[in-house]
Ligand binder design. Sequence first.
Ligand SMILES: C[S@@+](CC[C@H](N)C(=O)[O-])C[C@H]1O[C@@H](n2cnc3c(N)ncnc32)[C@H](O)[C@@H]1O
Length: 213
Amino acid sequence: MPRRSVSALLAGFCLVSAAAPSLADPPVPKAAASVLNRIKAADSNLLAVSEEDGRFLRFLVVSSGAKRVLEIGGANGYSAIWIGLGLRETGGRLVTIEYDAARAKDAEANIRAAGLADVVQVVSGDAFKAIPGLPGTFDMVFLDAWKKDYQRFFDLVFPRLDNGGIFVAHNVVNKAAEMGDFLTTLRTHPGLRSAIVSPSGEGISVSVKRQER
Ligand SMILES: C[S@@+](CC[C@H](N)C(=O)[O-])C[C@H]1O[C@@H](n2cnc3c(N)ncnc32)[C@H](O)[C@@H]1O
């Protein structure tokens, strides 16, 4: 899409780019690193987030102290492993939902091989149907399903997000044109404060839920 229309969609956001992982990034355990490399090598459909974005998700979990995390759109488990590594440090848990049964099965095997089976639970099925059946609230939600569904997922999950919790969405830069309604919500919703970071050009929105005035 033309550069100007992306800028128009993103106008009003604090936009941050970063080229490299933080120097203070802790090492990735050997088993997890080898699974992450294997998923990337087999990812011919380019479903997984970039490595930079994965590292940022891990950082977000640790820096926010998130403990009850929901991922919508888990694919083969790449981002779930990065989030799981952060949760290993905070003592939290992730539920990741994946529509495609074969991918969900693969994600489960990958997460087990990465040593994170006690941290990450994979739910196979349609997240629109699965989320209402999950217990409790979330302190972090990571949305990476089909882009046209972002607004509907936001509407479904926002009431279940704790005050002070973060709603995180992927591809808000490189697929901004497919989610104009959602980006407008991020810009105008009185109960959110949002920024966009772009560690690899795909773009991640981070929105903190705050009390509506
Ligand atoms: C871009 S990929 C996710 C990549 C993953 N987050 C990662 O980085 O490894 C999007 C995934 O969302 C899944 N998806 C789309 N709509 C969904 C829905 N309604 N419920 C659950 N999963 C969905 C697709 O099957 C696809 O595997």
